[in-house]
Ligand binder design. Structure first.
Ligand code: FAD
Ligand code: SIN
Length: 528
């Protein structure tokens, strides 16, 4: 079945929804979300959104902090553009209805997080993402030009390949015509033809066994664009958040916001000893790669399963007021954070790499844009500064919206794309063929492609992945498509990209730390 639209948006987080709101004045918009529209990484963001608003702060400081965290692998032009665009985009969020916390004197309440030289994180208590997500959903639902398709799963983007042409990675002028999308309720596969397609499918955390990301974060957008022969970069820079609640039976792992360390919480080992002074002068507020590696080292050296985060020295009422979500969730697990230490472990959290885009969010495929966590813009370099991703998502949605409305009225959809051909396929006989591979993949990534890597670990991961890849491709060719099978295929694809890019990088740099190249890029620079 064919559907035509001006703008097709894949994903309903901050990037997808804000892009949809901005282009809706220029044409019809369809938003596709594979789950309930609320189920996004955006919805779980706790700490907040970084932007320069304080008197003591300035753009140069935010730029500098971003580049230091990113080990200088950032694109300086992009960093400046994003940081300087911040205040206008914060105003846009407020105009849409987001209520950031305000101090008694009327100024914004600003939190501090790792790697920031100033308090500059605007927040709504410790559930900033939920406030942003709900506000954007409310605005989108009011807009008559926007149609929302929940429980619809994007399988592949449409290019000249679907017109029978041979497309290679170096083929010039690859063009996007929309996407094939499964309606998960009726099992129909739709051919959505669009003049512009925005990929805002978010992160990849679910490919790891331990992650803060909800289950929707399976890297679908990255895999789709890779298959369509678009350019993907920087996948080796996977960020692990230092402090997720240690609770091995719960997936995803519940995040204990970095804002809690900004508020004064301190990391301790299980002997109640502080340890961050051994690793960095900035102690518990060093950038995430450093803190996560320090915890990993402490755990391995002592043979422990978790370290502690201690906030018991702070005023109990103030802690409850500032972190109501974390307080409640920990209490449900029998931990009163005002009296008890919080057991924490690092967990896969954020993909710094992704679909390569230019400064307007344009990918290497014509009429295909990407924004949010799925995109690699050059902002983060080798490690994302805390709370810079919501900012990046809204800034790039704005850039892409302004760029993608050009010529929209004159352009036409490509009507010649055939509908999905499902001949020769049947339901897989056993679901376990998919679920077991899912688990194996997550274990491989966790064990061999985590916070600390080595040549041997990466080679092992690759060999094991090869088997899962072959088995899954065979199954895919003969199966009626399901969400789980498509996700598994995408996760394998993303896993390969991480391993291959990690193998190519013969140095330790930001989030990519290899035992075989322990000297870090910045250490090299200092000794020159
Ligand atoms: P998302 O919000 O993840 O949305 C992705 C959307 O794509 C979803 O709707 C999903 O269903 C849809 N989708 C995916 N694949 C498909 C498909 N095949 N077909 C159809 N739909 C699909 N960042 C900060 O800046 N500050 C914070 O305080 C912060 N805290 C965080 C806390 C947690 C627990 C987590 C997990 C992340 C946090 N981050 C934070 C990171 C930040 O939340 C994300 O990077 C950001 O929200 C990503 O937004 P997005 O719009 O790119 O994607
Ligand atoms: C947090 O609240 O610690 C998450 C912030 C982020 O990921 O940017």
């Amino acid at each position: 079945m064919k559907i035509e639209t001006d703008f097709l948006v894949l994903g309903s987080g901050i990037a997808g929804l804000s892009y949809a709101l901005k282009v809706a004045d220029y044409g019809k918009v369809i938003i596709v979300s594979k789950n309930d529209i609320h189920e996004t990484n955006t919805n779980y963001a706790q700490g907040g959104i970084a932007s320069v608003t304080a008197q003591t702060d300035n753009f140069e400081k935010h730029i500098n902090d971003t580049i230091i965290a990113g080990s200088g692998v950032n694109n300086p032009e992009v960093v400046r553009m994003v940081v300087e665009s911040g205040p206008a985009q914060i105003k846009q969020l407020i105009d849409w209805g987001v209520n950031f916390d305000i101090e008694d004197d009327g100024s914004y309440s600003l939190a501090r997080e790792g790697g920031h030289s100033e308090g500059r994180i605007l927040h709504c208590k410790d559930y900033t993402g939920k406030e942003i997500q709900q506000t954007l959903i409310d605005r989108v639902k009011e807009n008559p030009n926007i149609t929302i398709l929940e429980s619809h799963f994007a399988i592949d983007i449409l290019t000249q390949h679907h017109l029978g042409k041979v497309i290679k990675r170096n083929t010039p002028n690859i063009e996007c015509f929309g996407a094939y999308v499964i309606d998960l309720d009726s099992r129909t596969i739709l051919t959505i033809l669009a003049k512009r397609t925005m990929i805002a499918t978010g992160g990849i955390g679910s490919i790891y066994q331990t992650t803060t990301n909800p289950t929707v974060a399976t890297g679908d957008g990255i895999a789709m664009v890779y298959r369509a022969k678009g350019q993907i970069e920087n996948m080796e820079f996977m960020q692990f958040h230092p402090t997720s609640l240690y609770d091995p039976n719960t997936r995803p792992s519940f995040l204990i916001s970095e804002a809690m360390r900004g508020y004064g919480a301190v990391l301790k080992n299980r002997y109640m000893e502080e340890f961050m002074h051994k690793y960095d002068d900035r102690l518990s507020l060093a950038p995430r790669d450093i803190v996560a590696r320090a915890i990993d080292h402490e755990l391995k050296a002592k043979g422990h399963d978790f370290v502690y985060l201690d906030v018991t020295h702070k005023d109990a009422e103030e802690t409850k007021k500032r972190f109501p979500n974390i307080y409640k969730r920990c209490l449900e697990k029998g931990i009163d954070i005002t009296k008890d230490l919080i057991p924490v472990v690092p967990a896969a959290h954020y993909a710094c790499g992704g679909i390569k885009v230019d400064i307007n969010g344009q990918s290497t495929i014509k009429n295909l844009f990407a924004a949010g966590e799925v995109a690699s813009t050059g902002l983060h370099g080798a490690n994302r500064l805390a709370s810079n991703s919501l900012l990046e998502g809204i800034v790039y949605a704005d850039r892409a919206a302004k760029h993608s409305i050009n010529n929209i009225e004159q352009d036409k959809v490509c009507e010649n794309i055939p509908d999905w051909d499902k001949s020769g396929t049947s339901w897989p006989e056993e679901r376990v063929l998919i679920t077991q591979s899912y688990k194996e993949l997550q274990m491989i990534l966790n064990s061999y492609v985590g916070i600390v890597r080595s040549n041997l670990r990466l080679e092992r991961a690759l060999r094991r992945m090869e088997i899962i890849y072959q088995e899954t491709e065979e199954l895919y060719k003969k199966s009626i498509l399901s969400k789980k099978l498509c996700e598994l295929r995408n996760m394998i694809n993303v896993g390969f990209l991480i391993i291959k890019m990690a193998q190519k990088r013969k140095e330790s740099c930001g989030l990519h730390y290899s035992l075989d190249y322990p000297e870090k890029r910045n250490d090299k620079k200092k000794s020159q």
